[in-house]
Ligand binder design. Structure first.
Ligand SMILES: [Zn+2]
Length: 361
């Protein structure tokens, strides 16, 4: 992998990650006349739950809209500049032009309307876009194992770099795929959020894992992985370094967790062998998911990494892939129980989901 960093016309950072050292040099200049945008992100703490909510008012008034026929994630061509100045690339990462979180957000008062119960802070963080390929009509599942490896290296690089930003507490790489979950850009890409707080879901997982560690002296995920492998019923794929299974209490109609056999806090801590091995296993998992309904499955792939400063021994890196699709032509909606109470009702059992996935392997 070769890494080349540069700047876009408005000062945002762009980094090219190329599969090999002999890729063409990435030195193209961004010729656009882009005004610098002022991010206005802030975060507020819900006084009833303690959970942080991010607000990004500047995202409502997006002034710059690329022409409809011009994908901003495709390489630039003469006369048609995009977010990526080069004429081609392997993997490209750049700062989101309209970020939900930004280190450039102005300072704000520490409470909302002077109410001590409602804490408030600038939305300091960073949001990046990760383009997996220059090929507009491709998909993550169609990448070669060596390209997936480059993407993993890019995630690792960004996790390490974003963890260094003062105030960042958690780094979250993810992919939204498919119109059903609101994706407007079809070009294969993911995002990375660097949050100035530990997310609600990770807070909850850390609390459970910490309690388990205190009682048993071992990582919760390690024991869970051993039990899932022993039970076998929900395991859909295994490799030397990774295990993929439908979790025993799956919330989504389709849900697979991809877990390394060794405890590491984040992607940056994965070894070369683990990164190569992930590429092969994850492509297998994506093939199974797309075969499920005989059409590309809309999904969210969410990397759970340990927070930057705490829980590094208790939490265990893993990827959760899930879909809202409960049948070829039916979507699961988050209705009263899910949205109001965070109680998931799943129509299928995890054992049935695993069985159906395995038949497509
Ligand atoms: Zn494109």
């Amino acid at each position: 992998m070769r890494r080349t960093a540069g700047k876009l016309a408005d000062g945002r950072e762009i980094i090219y990650f190329d599969d090999t050292q002999d890729a063409p040099p990435r030195i193209a200049v961004d010729t656009r006349d882009l005004p610098v945008t002022q991010p206005l992100s802030e975060v507020r703490r819900d006084p009833l739950t303690g959970e942080w909510v991010a607000m990004a008012a500047h995202r409502q008034t997006r002034t710059y809209k690329p022409p409809a026929d011009l994908c901003p994630l495709c390489p630039s061509t003469p006369g048609r500049p995009t977010e990526i100045p080069e004429a081609d690339y392997d993997v490209a990462v750049f700062e989101n032009r309209f970020p939900s979180l930004s280190v450039g957000s102005p300072e704000v008062s520490s409470t909302v309307d002077g109410m001590p119960l409602v804490a408030r802070a600038a939305g300091h963080g960073r949001c990046e876009v990760v383009c997996f390929t220059s090929s507009h009509d491709s998909s993550f599942g169609s990448l070669s194992p060596s390209r997936v490896r480059t993407v993993v290296d890019a995630w690792a690089d960004r996790t390490a770099a974003l963890s260094e930003i003062p105030g960042v507490e958690q780094v979250f790489p993810f992919e939204n795929r498919g119109e059903e979950i609101g994706v407007t850009l079809h070009h294969p890409h993911g995002q990375i959020y660097a949050y100035p707080f530990i997310t609600p879901r990770t807070t909850q997982m850390l609390s459970v894992a910490t309690e388990y560690f205190a009682e048993h002296g071992r990582a919760l995920m390690g024991d869970l992985l051993a039990s899932e492998l022993a039970a076998e019923t929900r395991v859909v794929a295994t490799s030397e370094c990774w295990v993929a299974y439908v979790p025993a209490a799956a919330r989504w109609p389709v849900e697979v967790h991809v877990v390394p056999r060794r405890q590491v806090p984040d992607i940056a801590a994965l070894s070369d062998v683990e990164r190569d091995d992930f590429a092969v296993l994850y492509l297998d998992v994506l093939r199974m998911l797309d075969a499920l309904y005989d059409r590309p499955l809309p999904y969210i792939a969410a990397w759970h990494q340990a927070p930057v400063h705490v829980g590094r021994s208790e939490l265990w890196l893993h990827l959760e892939v899930f879909s809202v699709k409960r049948a070829a032509d039916k979507l699961k909606y988050l209705a009263g129980s899910e949205s109001g109470m965070e109680v998931w009702i799943n129509d299928a059992t995890p054992e049935q989901i695993a069985e159906r996935l395995r038949t497509h392997n």
